[in-house]
Write a protein that binds this ligand. Structure first.
Ligand code: FRU
Length: 917
């Protein structure tokens, strides 16, 4: 920035210099002096030469401006023109008066007005002028007289041809000549006047002089111009060689006096300089207040045959110089034009420069301002960032706190649910061993344990709702069937209390989008409340009505129980509001939770009630699925009916499924960190299976890999390695992938179950659970597994494919069967080699093959050998012994014995029996 400012300072001086340069000629122009030159006539060469000299001289004076007015030899015109000059306020007047008398007053007036007047060549009759430039004409007359006298040796006749006698030079030239000639008495002078150039008056008068026969020797003409005219007349008269002519002026150039002398037209000429250059010099001195002379006499000399060559040469040279000067002046003038245009260009350039310098300065200013603004913005940004980070940090802390709270709640719930499972489990045992003795008490214990379980679930749901983790997963279900199931679950309760309890659906079936688990909770809540606040033998009705105009379906739960007062009614859905102790359940969570769950459905729940008369809850759901986002819906594929409604009001009446195939051969691994529950389950399951136990996920994985059980019963929530991780590990390892997996959860939310199902769980059971139910599920799974095994056995090795086995198991079976097929002819191919090739231990291979195919490895290999032997015996004509070797038997006798042991016939007998026709 400092650098820029310094540079700008330097630039500023440059700009000022340019402006000065650009402007200075303009200021000089303002001081130009106007000079008016009143010329009596410009008719002849001598005066044109005068004006040229003036202009030449002017080129050295830039501040002088000359204006010439030609009076054309008319004094009246000259007076008028001088006045015009005065009116135009010229700074100085140069006057070459035509006639002295008429011009004198106007010159005097100008002078008295304060306008300097320079008289050139001719004078006025007064002294009122500033300066005079001209030669001494009296002296010129004298010189001419002396020269003529000398030429004539003081004797002869001379004709004096005069210029106009009202003009001072001619008066003086006449008098000077007279003055000199008067000293030569033998010289006679006759005079003629006249305007020789314009009229022929003078010429006529001249010719008349010769009429008397007088012989003239010489002509004294007052100017070379008159002398040349005389020469022409004399030539006409044939006297040009008789009479010599003396002129005045001695002008250089082709029509000048010098040339006339050179050409013998004139005898001599007396130099009379025009004084044009001198007039300008004097005018400049006057105007610039420099010293000047009032009288400026120009020098003169005689030019005749004696010096005419030198003079001609010199004047030619001068003329050459003058031409050079003229050219230079012309060039200078051209340069001036160029300079002028450049000057304008410079002005524009300077203007643009100033403009760009200003905009540069302005840009710098803006830049500085912007930098300042940026700085302050950056500061603000940093501040905002800092605040944002603080907010993020705080929100992270808050999230951590929330997470801790959620974890706490789920841990607590888990902790609650495990002992609840134990309570219920032991209760079953108690009932089994003591029969009806504990019946009523056991019922109460069970009821309260289940109530506690529900409360814990509700609390967990609220936590999820508060943290927006409760996401609607609606599917399209038959609401009539669903409600019927719920109602059915309350039937035993209704029977026990002799309630009139019925369901009135308006349609036989009604397909509605809802989340089963959520609606299940809502209806359960409403029905629980109805039963709770309706005395025995009361009436509880459930209606299902469609309101087409609103595109809605209403599920109505109506009772004729205690009812609510206005205050209770208005706060029925308020969280943690308990109202009358007798009105709502212990926590006050049920109704608010129901409302939240229906809100998630974009539906509505309302209540009407009257104290002592009854209550009516209406749950309204929208028909169709336009109100649901994709995220709120489960796809058809996800519509898994995970488990039937199981409210655990009492022991299931159903008998365990009879399954003869389930034997003590099968091994169940229990992975559960709660020692009591683990031991309880272990004790119960031991009656049906081999049981292995693991107290955490890590130990569970190790045992599973090592022992390869048939089924794993695993708790989902465990410290360090969770149940889902154990599941993932099992399903991704080909040694354990076939093992059935049942998950024990404390949370029956669909979400968690979906995760487990996706990872390959075969089933799950929510705590607290009923042991008999668990046992049934385990048995069902194992039975299905056996069916699957049969499938493999029947299909393989002929087709070598499975349709229902998980990918990893299918691969295992394929690999295993291919291996056996490939080595079928090798008698040394045994279990050890298969273990090496499959990368499994003997026990792992044994268990896996046993589980998948129902054979030991050795039995399976033998069975494949025999099957292939059977095939070869029937389809080929090979000798029996060869077939035995071909399928890997080391000797024909061993082949024959084994074949007979398996099929009751020797290979030969078998071949005979199946002989091709
Ligand atoms: C030209 C001229 C010159 C002469 C001068 C006198 O007009 O006649 O020949 O010397 O004027 O004023």
């Amino acid at each position: 920035m400092k650098f820029c400012v310094a540079r700008f300072a330097r630039v500023k001086w440059l700009i000022l210099a340019l402006i000065y340069l650009g402007c200075s000629p303009a200021s000089e122009q303002r001081n130009t002096f106007k000079i008016g030159f009143s010329q009596c006539t410009s008719y002849d060469n001598w005066r044109q030469s005068m004006q040229e000299e003036m202009y030449r001289e002017l080129s050295f004076h830039d501040d002088l401006e000359l204006k010439i007015k030609d009076a054309g030899g008319e004094s009246s015109v000259q007076i008028k023109q001088i006045r015009e000059f005065l009116d135009a306020n010229v700074d100085l007047l140069i006057v070459s008066p035509h006639e002295a008398d008429p011009i004198t007053p106007i010159v005097q007036e100008a002078f008295q007005r304060g306008v300097p007047v320079v008289l050139l060549d001719r004078k006025t009759n007064s002294n009122f002028y500033t300066s005079f430039i001209g030669a001494d004409n009296f002296n010129i007359g004298q010189i001419a007289g002396r020269y003529a006298a000398n030429c004539l040796d003081g004797k002869g006749a001379i004709i004096e041809v005069k210029g106009i006698q009202s003009s001072t030079p001619f008066i003086d030239r006449h008098q000077g000549f007279q003055d000199m000639i008067s000293g030569y008495p033998d010289i006679k002078v006759s005079g003629v006047e006249g305007d020789w150039g314009v009229t022929r008056d003078g010429e006529a008068a001249f010719k008349k002089l010769f009429e008397n026969g007088v012989k003239y020797d010489m002509v004294y003409a007052h100017s070379d111009f008159l002398g040349f005219a005389v020469y022409n007349v004399l030539k006409e008269m044939g006297l040009e060689n008789e009479i010599e002519i003396i002129g005045i002026d001695g002008l250089a150039g082709p029509n000048g006096g010098i040339q006339y002398v050179y050409d013998d037209i004139l005898k001599a000429t007396i130099l009379y300089p025009t004084g044009g250059d001198k007039a300008i010099q004097v005018a400049s001195d006057i105007l610039h207040n420099r010293p000047y002379d009032k009288e400026n006499e120009l020098t003169t000399t005689v030019i005749d045959s004696s010096n005419v060559r030198v003079m001609k040469m010199q004047t030619n040279k001068i003329l050459g110089h003058q031409r050079d000067i003229n050219r230079m002046v012309e060039k200078i003038n051209q340069q001036k034009v160029v300079y002028k245009s450049q000057q304008y260009f410079l002005y524009i350039l300077a203007f643009l420069f100033v403009l760009s310098a200003l905009s540069f300065a302005y840009t710098l200013k803006l830049l500085r301002e912007r930098r300042e603004t940026n700085k302050s913005l950056n500061r603000r940004n940093e501040e905002i960032l800092r605040q944002r980070n603080e907010v993020v940090e705080m929100s992270e802390k808050a999230n951590e706190a929330i997470q801790a709270k959620i974890d706490f709640f789920s841990n607590v719930s888990h902790e609650f649910k495990t002992p609840l499972t134990l309570i219920l489990g032991h209760l079953d045992e108690l009932q089994e061993s003591n029969g009806n003795k504990v019946g009523k008490d056991a019922g109460l214990i069970r009821q309260n344990a289940m109530r506690l379980s529900r409360l814990v679930s509700q609390l967990m749901d609220f936590q999820k709702l508060e943290n927006n983790r409760m996401i609607l997963k609606a599917g399209r279900y038959d609401l009539v069937a669903f409600t019927t199931d719920v109602v059915k679950a309350f039937k035993p309760l209704a029977r026990r209390g002799s309630y009139q309890f019925d369901f009135y659906p308006s349609e036989p079936e009604l397909w509605v989008w809802f989340d089963r688990s959520m609606l299940d909770k809502v209806l359960f809540n409403l029905l629980s409340n109805a039963f709770k606040f309706t005395p025995e033998r009361g009436r509880i009705k459930v209606f299902l009505e469609v309101e087409s105009s609103k595109n809605q379906v209403h599920v109505i739960v109506e009772d004729n129980g205690a009812g609510m007062n206005a205050d209770e009614l208005s706060r029925a859905f308020e969280r943690y509001y308990r109202g009358d102790e007798t009105r709502v359940d212990g926590t006050g969570l049920g109704l608010p939770l129901s409302k939240e769950l229906i809100d998630l459905h974009h539906g509505n729940i309302s209540v009407t009630s009257e104290k002592g008369t009854g209550t009516r809850f209406t749950v309204s759901l929208l028909l169709g699925d336009e109100h649901l986002t994709d995220k709120e819906k489960v796809s058809e594929g996800q519509l898994i009916d995970i488990h039937e409604i199981d409210y655990n009001f009492q022991n299931p009446d159903s008998e365990p499924l009879a399954n003869p195939k389930i034997t003590l051969d099968q091994t169940v691994l229990i992975i559960e960190d709660d020692k009591d529950l683990r031991q309880f389950l272990s004790g119960k399951l031991q009656k049906h299976f081999n049981v292995l136990e693991a107290e955490n996920g890590e130990a569970g994985i190790a045992i599973a890999v090592d022992q390869v059980p048939d089924l794993i019963l695993c708790d989902i929530k465990m410290p360090k390695v969770k149940g889902t991780e154990v599941l993932k590990k099992m399903k991704s390892d080909h040694r354990t992938s076939h093992i059935a997996f049942v998950v024990m959860t404390s949370d029956d939310s669909l979400e968690e179950k979906m995760v487990a199902i996706k990872q390959g769980a075969d089933d799950f059971i929510s705590k607290p659970f009923n042991f008999s139910l668990l046992l049934e599920r385990i048995k069902t799974i194992l039975t299905n597994r056996l069916k699957l095994r049969d499938h493999y056995v029947h299909e393989l090795p002929v087709e070598q494919s499975t349709k229902t086995a998980p990918n990893l198991d299918k691969k295992f079976v394929n690999d295993f069967v291919s291996l056996v097929e490939e080595h079928i002819g090798n008698p040394r191919f045994d279990v050890n080699e298969i273990c090496d090739q499959m990368g499994m231990s003997r026990i792992q291979l044994y268990r896996k093959v046993k589980s998948m195919l129902g054979y030991s490895v050795a039995d399976y290999v033998t069975s494949v050998r025999l099957k292939k032997a059977k095939f070869l015996l029937v389809t080929t004509d090979q000798p029996v012994a060869e077939i035995g070797y071909a399928v890997g038997f080391s000797s024909p006798s061993y082949f024959s014995a084994t074949f007979k042991g398996r099929f009751g016939l020797t290979p030969k007998e078998f071949q005979k029996a199946n002989q091709k026709v």
